[in-house]
Design a protein around this ligand. Sequence first.
Ligand code: CU
Length: 247
Amino acid sequence: MLNFLGMPVQAATHANDVDSLISIVHWLMFVLFIGWGAFFVYVLFRYRKSAHPTASYTGAKGKLSKGLEVGVAIIEVILLIGYAIPAWAKRVTNFPGGNDATIVRVTGHQFAWEVQYPGADGKFGRTDPKLVSAENLIGLDRSDPDAKDDIVTSNQLNLPVDRPVLVHLSSQDVIHSFGLYEMRVKQDAIPGLDIPVWFIPTRAGEYEITCSQLCGLGHYRMRGFVTVQSAADYAKWMADQVKALTP
Ligand SMILES: [Cu+2]
């Protein structure tokens, strides 16, 4: 019953929570739509001019209408407190860290996504807006010891499957939005802020990073790619990046 909305495949552990909520909200709206629609047709007929030449300004007063209104409000409160807030709370607490997680920085700019891996030392090298150039889009300071082993890719995010991912999200210019539909991730990237986003990818494959916030003329082409791969393939990819880095 879940996929009647034609949602993308679920490629993260929390995807089902998001889909359940969206699904329940749609069912509730469907029931309300039918109910209100039927009521509208009923009053059009029941209070037609020939049957009721004088309008009533007081409106419905019955117990049924009050009961229905309270019922709908209670269902909405249950959705908010029982589903939406707990689902959101899981996204903004218990951020993974240390050796259990893949930690990356993703920086949006007009019109691409730059990815920075901290390398073997696990520390992100210093970046400086003054160093930004066509060859160094994130302005990484390679003279910083922490930066020496950092891996930088453009529009390409590789991740090992079934391992928590922590993305430090930011932007260099305007507000962009990091959208990974299959992972049910969408978060604005805001200049000057480091916004943590975490998820656990569960399906190997190729996915897209879609900029989900209108950010300028080239917004339509601001798309990156996510490759979710087995731990072995990821290690191999990372080894290739490291090799390419060493002169
Ligand atoms: Cu954008």
